[in-house]
Design a protein around this ligand. Structure first.
Ligand SMILES: [Zn+2]
Length: 325
């Protein structure tokens, strides 16, 4: 390459941009955490097919730990208990699912009849997805805004149809059940901690039935282990973590400084009806060691930790005023 005047100009411009970007990074006073409460990684425990054991065994255990999970159901098999045609693998009832939803668990769509969507006509596919949505909404009172593909079978057309008006669909899953050993489960925790990842499980049978665990204690011990790491792992519904991560990737912050006061104007160009999970702001303590926060005149709770200050804010709630020292 010949160093012509023009070439040099390009090199210097590039150099200036690189310095500028790094400069901004190191001095960034506010940033939105990758996960809620700036945890290092996330897990959505998700259970497939609405099996009765998800209510009788899993639900009480989750409540004891304070974890919220996601349950994917096929509307046409719910209420098929001991006497029903699903005798071999009885399902939950709508009342049981409603109780779980009232405690904050997510009851969501797994297709009306568990039909493989890649084999459906566009009309059949629409029915499988939309009819199940409407029945779940009528029975539970909350319309699903996520989706789980029956048999994990999908292609671009199926994904497009199932993603309409939703915060996310389960594209990848970590299967847990008959083949799960404590070693495999622990290794997965190590991986997500190391790589700042989020994953969703696929769990069917608990003590019996399809892909059940070798012993229920394998699952319980694993949940206890995750609980012990709660400061690092965000355990949340598929709905909440899907929404949070998309919001985090899309949020724009406008920043103004007036003496000891900072004004942050958040702008989230997403559908407010779907994406409305509060986001966590990280305040760089090297710049601001202490602060008080208000959004639209209302005081916001802050957590002042040794290395950072955190607060949750409404991404549509308008101006945030941070007064600091
Ligand atoms: Zn299924």
């Amino acid at each position: 390459m010949h160093f012509t005047k023009n070439n040099l100009k390009i090199v210097f411009t590039a150099l200036f941009l690189v310095i500028n970007v790094f400069g901004q990074e190191s001095q960034k006073i506010f940033s939105v955490a990758q996960y809620k409460s700036d945890k290092q990684c996330a897990i959505s425990f998700t259970f497939d097919d609405g099996l009765e054991e998800h209510y009788t065994l899993v639900f009480p255990k989750l409540e004891e730990l304070g974890f919220k999970a996601t349950f994917w159901v096929n509307g046409n098999t719910i209420n098929e208990g001991e006497s029903g045609r699903m005798k071999e693998k009885p399902r939950t009832t709508w009342n049981q699912l409603k109780k779980m939803a009232q405690k904050g668990h997510e009851i969501s769509n797994h297709g009306w009849t568990h039909k493989q969507l890649t084999r459906c006509t566009p009309e059949e596919m629409r029915y499988e997805i939309e009819y199940n949505d409407s029945v779940i909404e009528a029975k539970i009172g909350i319309k699903p805004i996520t989706f789980c593909y029956p048999n994990n079978s999908k292609n671009s057309k199926v994904i497009e149809a199932a993603s309409k008006n939703r915060v996310g669909t389960r594209i990848e899953q970590f299967q847990r059940g008959g083949k799960s050993t404590p070693e495999i489960l622990n290794a997965k925790i190590d991986t997500i901690l190391k790589n700042y990842q989020w994953y969703a499980t696929m769990i069917h049978g608990i003590s019996y039935g399809y892909d059940a665990f070798k012993g229920v204690s394998i699952l319980w011990n694993h949940l206890d282990q995750v609980k012990a790491l709660e400061d690092e792992i965000w355990v949340g519904t598929f709905r909440d973590i899907s929404a949070y991560t998309k919001e985090q990737q899309s949020i724009q912050l406008k920043l103004k400084q007036q003496g000891e006061k900072w004004i942050i104007v958040p702008n989230l160009p997403l559908d407010k009806k779907l994406f409305n999970v509060p986001l966590t702001m990280i305040v760089n303590k090297e710049i601001l060691s202490n602060c008080s926060v208000k959004q639209q005149g209302k005081k916001i709770k802050t957590s002042n930790l040794p290395d950072k200050i955190l607060f949750d804010f409404d991404p549509y709630g308008g101006e945030i005023i941070v007064k600091g020292k």
